[in-house]
Design a protein around this ligand. Structure first.
Ligand code: IMP
Length: 189
């Protein structure tokens, strides 16, 4: 399908930068660039439901195809938490979220975790397409590296054999949940 311009339905700068680097060949604008700075309430119970809510809202608002990503970190020993609540885990932002997760995993031997992403492309006529992706790894015992955003510096990637906090943009974008979800989406449109 020929796509010319897409609005990214997200206010997260880290996500927007990655989506722009991965989803090439189409003009990508952020909703902020179009003058929208508001929050979209994520009332869904899954990554996919939340992705749909965000993309539908923005596609309707701007009468343009909208692409959203709903994602998070799922920790096996916490039965998948923080999951869809990753951004709101501590209620106080990324640094506090990481601190709280490290605290919850104090003395926990099983550190297995994965990032999950659901992306949704929604057209103004309501037609929606989805893509999903995961990337596996382990929660480190402390922050390592300063690259990326969110939980990157406490996530050891099984694919890269190092912390996402030490990975270059290219390295992370070649194995990430977001990259895999966007590839999955591309196959379907
Ligand atoms: P939401 O999709 O806006 O609900 O927020 C996703 C949250 O999950 C982010 O705020 C991050 O805390 C976390 N997250 C999602 N993807 C990544 C990633 O690629 N690296 C690090 N943290 C991530």
């Amino acid at each position: 399908m020929e796509l010319e311009k897409i609005v990214v339905a997200s206010g997260n700068k880290g996500k927007i930068t990655e989506i722009k680097a991965i989803f090439t060949g189409v003009e990508i604008v952020s909703m902020q660039e179009l003058g929208f700075d508001g929050d979209i309430e994520e009332t869904g119970k899954t990554f996919k439901e939340n992705a749909k809510i965000k993309a539908e809202t923005i596609a309707k608002k701007f009468s343009l195809p909208a692409l959203s990503d709903d994602s998070g970190l799922c920790v096996e020993s916490l039965r998948g938490a923080p999951g869809i609540y990753s951004a709101r885990f501590s209620g106080e932002g990324d640094a506090e979220n990481r601190k709280l997760l490290l605290k919850r995993l104090e003395n926990v031997y099983d550190r297995r975790a994965y990032f999950e992403s659901a992306v949704c492309l929604c057209f103004p006529n309501g037609k929606t397409y989805f893509g999903e992706g995961r990337t596996h790894g382990k929660i480190l015992y402390e922050e390592i590296g300063t690259n990326g955003f969110g939980y990157d510096c406490i996530f050891y990637s099984d694919d890269l054999k190092k912390s996402f906090g030490l990975a270059t943009d290219e390295e992370k974008n070649s194995v990430s949940h977001r990259y895999r979800a966007l590839c999955d989406l591309r196959k379907k449109i």
